[in-house]
Unconditional design. Structure first.
Length: 160
């Protein structure tokens, strides 16, 4: 298994991955509206060159933001390896921190990132309602039957 830049993969494979796992390539969050298929990122591929994990990010000056992270196989270190790859790129670009946004229902992501040194830094109340004005397909109810309303911003200082 290998981590490669998503730009090394056929574009149709990246588009298919996002459409299959997100329904669309478009991500609408408080920091912006993104076409994830056009962002920088890394894919975790198996020996058959099939994507089993994918992360996208954007760098703005000294800040890096993770936009999306998917791992199709839990508990194998795929998500951790992809996040570490982004952290290394951020360091190489002189970034001082990495941020990301998740929704209030995504308890799995909250656990995942906090275990890896990320801290909750902001609650964006009713942010998902604003996003739904642009993208009505965002569901009302999320994981574990939790209403999706708010966004949570997490951050990790890069001082290692």
């Amino acid at each position: 298994m290998t981590i490669i830049a998503i730009q090394q993969l056929p574009q149709q494979n990246v588009l298919h991955f996002f459409r299959e796992h997100w329904g669309t390539t478009e991500m609408v969050i408080s920091s912006g509206i993104y076409d994830c298929s056009q962002l920088e990122g890394f894919a975790y591929v198996n020996d058959q060159q099939e994507m089993i994990g994918l992360v996208t990010y954007i760098i703005r000056k000294q800040d890096c933001e993770i936009i999306s992270l998917d791992s199709l196989v839990e508990g194998k270190g795929i998500g951790s390896a992809l996040v570490k790859a982004v952290e290394q790129v951020a360091l190489d670009h002189g970034c001082t921190c990495i941020t990301l946004i998740t929704t209030n229902d995504n308890l799995h992501a909250l656990k995942f990132y906090q275990k890896r040194g990320y801290f909750l830094i902001e609650l964006l109340r009713d942010a998902v309602e604003k996003a739904r004005a642009y993208k009505p397909s965002i569901p009302l109810i999320g994981n574990d039957g939790i209403p999706i309303r708010d966004e949570l911003r997490l951050q990790k200082q890069l001082d290692f």
